[in-house]
Ligand binder design. Structure first.
Ligand SMILES: [Zn+2]
Ligand SMILES: [Zn+2]
Length: 185
């Protein structure tokens, strides 16, 4: 991995600003990166699907394209709206080479009928952000349930794995460039 990885944090209109502050502080504890906050991007109504009251994740991800300045910069969009991707009822996030997007919608304990717990919420946001950034760097899913690159089918998977890479994935990330890896959820 490039020694000086840069992450552009892009708030999408309506997202809670505290989540940006948390990520600025937390991401460098996991990824050796400089994190920079970018101006917010509008939430485009053309990605909303009335029949399911969700936004098309792939559409929001493609809106992030213009903010990529060069190949060493990863872009991470954060939205508060619920996301889906074709073939999936919902996604916590989505990524493609150089670009990642997460939604905080299903990360709040309140979504599951639990009392608010900022520490849990913050931990989940970091976990999902690192997972999608891992994909944006070219990492596939990992079979080890304790690794951040394990695929989360539900919030319990996210809570179990946490934001850390397993040994194998951290070794992989050191050796990776920005090779084209298709798309990931
Ligand atoms: Zn792993
Ligand atoms: Zn994934």
């Amino acid at each position: 991995m490039a020694e000086r990885l840069e992450i552009a944090l892009v708030p999408i209109d309506g997202v809670d600003p505290i989540t940006i502050a948390w990520l600025k502080e937390d991401l460098p504890t996991i990824l050796p990166a400089r994190v920079e906050e970018f101006p917010p991007l509008p939430l485009s109504p053309r990605h909303f699907r009335n029949e399911r009251s969700q936004y098309l994740a792939d559409g929001l991800l493609s809106d992030l394209t213009p903010v990529i300045r060069n190949g060493t910069m990863l872009c991470l969009g954060i939205t508060g709206v619920d996301l889906f991707s074709p073939g999936m009822n919902f996604v916590f996030g989505i990524a493609t080479t150089g670009r990642a997007l997460i939604s905080t919608f299903r990360l709040r304990p309140e979504f599951y009928g639990m009392p608010p717990k900022p520490k849990v919420y913050r931990w989940r946001i970091l976990t999902e952000a690192v997972h999608e950034l891992g994909h944006a760097l070219g990492l596939p899913h990992c079979d080890y349930p304790g690794c951040v690159m394990y695929f989360s089918r539900w919030i319990g998977d996210t809570d179990r794995k946490g934001p850390g890479f397993c040994y194998r994935c951290s070794k992989r990330i050191e050796g990776l460039g920005m090779a084209d890896n298709g798309g990931f959820q």
